[in-house]
Write a protein that binds this ligand. Structure first.
Ligand SMILES: [Zn+2]
Length: 503
């Protein structure tokens, strides 16, 4: 097969060429060559880049909750209640109402978390569980509370002043509740098919994921249910640290096929800014007594990192607040982690020059989400409210990271699952010194994310010998006035079309 188009062949710009594909690989790139071919795709009007590798996503979680209510478009607390009560009316009594994606910082009436009382008003008889957009907080109603039989001493079950549950769940309590509700194999199978189609549509051929061992086995069982042998896209999976011993003793770390490759271990060190659980040096501006949650201390982390490193497991460490980043970098130093394993810090949002320097010394990769900037870092947005102007400005310093020659991998964290919005956000960062140019942002979402997954030899670039993982764009991303207007016209994964939308 031959594609004629304008290709991003290096990181300087587009070149008009003919690209020959055989057995899923790019075998020849030339201009005006007369070799024969059996199929020609004439895309000379368009622009081709390597397909996106989402360096941090939760597509598997999206697959699990494919039948949940999507609350991301809800624009007020009032509307949230209305949506829930209308669903409750349609559902039979007793049936669970499960939702996700709400973001109170965007609401037009009250910008606060819903409470148990709000949800009881909306749904007095059906149990309700709704997860916030960042996944780090959920709210339940009274019926759900009694169904779930949550232990009052469970960490993360927030209580009211009188000692009764507020309905808000974070961390352990949240995990305990979601475990009981998430999915069965049939819904997961449907979800996986829908998610792989969505990845095709969004130009994503690989997603770096967080999974439990239960998720990993459920993935294979669900594929047995569907009879599907491959999904198109591939999961690059980090298994939660509590399973590290099992990952090693059972040999899970050796799993590597077209569907999933086990990368290493995911460690959560704090929560999110939105849920006020990101660990900060100084208190939240809008919650003066609160500095967030540090989920593990430095010594615990050092021990964990050293164990993973010795076992040659790659680390992906979630750290958002400045305090969490302090502790993680210290612990990595204590553990004497090896550069060759390409360990990573995920998010690295409230990061200062000293953090960047320390990260550089350690040789780690920074896996960041530019769409957080587009969602929450603009003037008057959530980050400014939670942190004040000065700390808000310091967030997500992409350009400094690039200028210091660190590897910056971009991902979406599924907020939203949309690399093009991420690229727009990186290029339009509200702080000029933190902005990247368009090609740097594309490289972070392709080649650098391939590098972060040890697969830069086969993915992430348009060059001979690499997989034909290609995205055909409607416009030249270097010339279009608003990057958000770019359309993905077609997406090829390993030489096969995963999505076609030519008009
Ligand atoms: Zn995440």
């Amino acid at each position: 097969m031959v594609i004629r188009s304008n290709f991003l062949l290096d990181w300087y710009g587009f070149t008009r060429a003919s690209l020959f594909i055989k057995n899923g690989l790019i075998v020849k790139i030339c201009n005006n060559c007369s070799d024969s071919y059996n199929r020609l795709i004439d895309a000379r009007k368009y622009y081709v880049i390597p397909s996106f590798i989402d360096g941090h996503a939760h597509l598997f979680s999206m697959a699990k909750r494919i039948e949940w209510l999507d609350l991301s478009e809800v624009s007020s607390l009032k509307e949230l209640k209305r949506v829930i009560s209308s669903v409750a009316e349609k559902l039979g009594e007793d049936k669970w109402i499960l939702g996700f994606g709400w973001d109170e910082s965007k609401w037009s009436d009250e910008q606060r978390y819903p409470t148990m009382m709000d949800l009881d008003e909306a749904s007095p008889n059906n149990p309700v569980f709704i997860r916030r957009i960042d996944g780090h907080l959920a709210v339940i109603n009274s019926v759900a509370l009694s169904r779930l039989q949550l232990n009052k001493n469970l960490r993360g079950l927030r209580l009211k002043k009188d000692g009764s549950p507020s309905g808000i769940l974070v961390e352990d309590a949240l995990e305990y509740a979601s475990k009981q509700l998430e999915y069965n194999l049939e819904t997961l199978s449907k979800g996986l098919i829908k998610i792989s189609l969505k990845a095709g549509e969004n130009g994503v051929s690989m997603s770096h994921e967080t999974m439990s061992l239960d998720d990993l086995s459920a993935l294979f069982y669900a594929l047995t249910v569907t009879g599907i042998k491959k999904l198109g896209m591939q999961f690059y999976a980090f298994i939660l640290d509590k399973y590290m011993d099992l990952v090693l003793s059972r040999g899970f770390s050796k799993i590597a096929n077209d569907i999933v490759k086990v990368a290493g271990i995911k460690v959560f060190v704090d929560g999110s800014i939105g849920a006020r659980t990101a660990a900060l040096r100084d208190p939240y501006k809008d919650d003066p007594g609160n500095r967030g949650m540090l989920l593990k201390n430095r010594d615990e982390l050092a021990e964990l990192f050293s164990k993973a490193d010795k076992a040659k497991l790659q680390l992906a460490v979630h750290a958002i607040g400045d305090k969490a980043i302090d502790v993680v970098l210290d612990a990595m130093k204590m553990a004497k982690i090896t550069k060759e394993l390409r360990h990573r810090i995920e998010h690295f949002e409230l990061a200062y020059d000293e953090h960047i320097k320390a990260a550089k010394k350690l040789g780690i990769i920074l896996s960041m989400q530019p769409n957080f900037v587009g969602q929450w870092q603009f003037q008057g947005g959530l980050y400014e409210k939670r942190l004040g102007k000065e700390r808000c400005r310091a967030m997500n310093p992409f350009k400094k990271i690039i200028d210091n020659d660190l590897i910056l991998s971009f991902g979406s964290d599924c907020m939203p699952f949309d690399p093009i919005f991420g690229i727009w956000s990186a290029v339009n960062h509200p702080v000029e010194e933190s902005r990247t140019d368009v090609l740097t942002a594309i490289k972070a979402y392709t080649f650098n994310s391939a590098y972060a997954a040890f697969s830069e030899d086969i993915r992430g670039e348009i060059s001979i010998g690499k997989r034909a993982d290609l995205v055909i764009l409607s416009h030249n991303p270097l010339e279009i006035d608003d990057i958000r207007r770019l359309k993905i016209l077609s997406h090829m994964i390993h030489g096969e079309f995963a999505y076609i939308n030519f008009v």
